[in-house]
Design a protein around this ligand. Structure first.
Ligand code: FAD
Length: 460
């Protein structure tokens, strides 16, 4: 066997790369990880974690608003953005430090710099020279896609910059209909920013259940977000007062910040994948099989760079499966079925399995159980906020194919639902579970009446 500097070289110290590197190193393998930015990757540095802190910060506004219904008098409240950002950054630095220590404790070597494949066994890390490795794992993640050709696009920020704005804007225009756009709209709106969400599609959150999509758009508007669908930017103009967004429907909107959350792309620029002969898909994602193997025998890829399901726990599990297969002699592939999703919108969403449309397409006849109701918490507040719970059930086998919740704590609930659904739970088994009272979640196990969607009639 050839003599390499390392048994494994990982490019990217994010969710997937760190998990794979740590496990491989613990097995006794000689492992190095290159990171060009900060250890922890998107999730820790500019994704899930700082985003969730922002969501927590923003939620206070709603609590203050409804507190009066419960007899509270809340004094004048104000929000200190720089103080919050400083606290957030402190915590992110702490978490990144834990990632570094975990890698070191496992015995993996960390190399700071941008890595590039020179050939299938050689990696060059900027400022560190070349090293060779028996196996190479690409875990470089993704990055925001920005419409470079749009006039004035250089004035727009992405989610990366949203975490570091010097001051909280008074007005923001957010373009996009995916979960990142929805979450940031909720964050800025909650923090008192006049928020306009622009999306070119007919509704937000493409791929989610249509009832969830319609419900969240309505709830966002109730919270004060202006949601404008069916239009998109044609130009951004800088003025003395800020920016003017021009839209394809002829309207325009002034704001202090324009944020694009129009999707993310696999980050493979300058990685030397061509030189190593690694095949990329049409969207630039590294093409892999169920074991995360690329077409090059000694190169694997996990996480967002493969554009399968772009979520942290998925990247972690893919990294883990790779390490178990290659360093523990336990052939393991991650099963991408029934991965639960959360959107930390306000109110939040939890979703697992198929949407009604997908289920009808795949299974033909499905039964729908759906309830919309006012959460108990808002009983005294006079608000018109509504929750939604929905089950999609295969009519023939009674297997639950989809579970969708919009309302307080929906992301916490959906984790539990995902366990049962992963085990193939049927509606009678689900219903045999005794409710926990008084909770919002109990609605899930007390859905008895089949819902007939409008326009489908008895034939549905
Ligand atoms: C705003 C936002 C919110 C999100 N919220 C959630 C959420 O709530 N829940 C959830 O599950 N997921 C969320 N995600 C998605 C999640 O962050 C990603 O799915 C996850 O981080 C992917 O992990 P990864 O290991 O594939 O890549 P990453 O975590 O992106 O790590 C890749 C690392 O590789 C480094 N790198 C890239 N190229 C090189 C190179 N050539 N040399 C050296 N280093 C390199 C990068 O600097 C980076 O640190 C969010 C993402 C964003 C942007």
């Amino acid at each position: 066997m050839a003599n390499y500097d390392y048994d494994l070289f990982v490019i990217g110290a994010g969710s997937g790369g760190v998990r794979a590197a740590r496990l491989a190193a613990v097995s006794g393998a000689r492992v190095a990880v290159a990171e060009e930015h900060r250890v922890g990757g998107t999730c820790v540095i500019r994704g899930c974690v700082p985003k969730k802190f922002m969501v927590y910060a923003a939620e206070f506004a709603h609590h203050f608003k409804i507190a009066g219904g419960y007899g509270w008098t809340v004094g004048e409240s104000s929000f200190d953005w720089p103080a919050f950002i400083a606290e957030k950054d402190k915590e992110i630095a702490r978490l990144s430090g834990i990632y570094v220590r975990n890698l070191q404790n496992a015995g993996a070597e960390l190399v700071h710099g941008k890595a590039r494949l020179v050939d299938r066994h050689t990696v060059e890390v900027a400022g560190h020279g070349m090293v060779t490795a028996d196996k190479i794992l690409i875990a470089t993640g993704g990055r925001p896609w920005m419409p470079q050709d749009l006039p004035g696009a250089e004035h727009a920020i992405s989610s990366n910059e949203a975490f570091h704005l010097k001051e909280l804007p008074k007005r923001i225009v957010i373009a996009g209909g995916g979960y990142i756009a929805i979450e940031f709209a909720g964050i800025f709106n909650g923090l008192g920013v006049e928020t306009t969400l622009i999306h070119r599609g007919p509704n937000v959150l493409r791929g989610f259940d249509d009832d969830v999509r319609a419900h969240i758009a309505e709830e966002m508007e109730k919270r004060g977000i202006t949601v404008v669908l069916g239009t998109q930017h044609t130009k951004i103009e800088k003025t003395d007062a800020g920016y003017v967004s021009h839209f394809s429907d002829g309207h325009h909107c002034e704001s202090d910040v324009v944020m694009f959350a129009l999707g993310r792309e696999p980050y493979t620029d300058g990685l030397g994948l061509k030189e190593a002969g690694v095949k990329l898909g049409e969207n630039g994602a590294v093409v892999v099989d169920t074991y995360s193997r690329t077409n090059v025998e000694n190169i694997w890829a996990v996480g967002d760079v493969t554009d399968r399901i772009n979520l942290t726990p998925v990247a972690i599990r893919e990294g883990q499966a790779f390490a178990e297969t290659e360093f523990y002699d336990r052939a393991t592939s991650f099963d991408h079925e029934m991965v639960a999703l959360a959107v930390f919108s306000q109110p939040p969403i939890g979703s697992v399995g198929l949407s009604e449309a997908e289920a009808r397409h795949q299974y033909g006849k499905v039964d729908i159980y759906l309830s919309r109701f006012r959460p108990m918490k808002y009983a005294f507040t006079g608000g018109d906020e509504r929750c939604l719970v929905k089950l999609v059930v295969d009519a023939a086998s009674e297997k639950i194919l989809g579970c969708h919740v919009v309302g307080p704590d929906a992301p916490e609930m959906i984790q539990m639902a995902a366990i049962a659904m992963k085990m193939g739970v049927t509606k009678p088994q689900w219903d045999s579970t005794c409710a926990v009272h008084p909770t919002l979640a109990e609605e899930l196990v007390t859905l008895r009446e089949k819902h007939v969607p409008q326009g489908l009639g008895a034939a549905a």
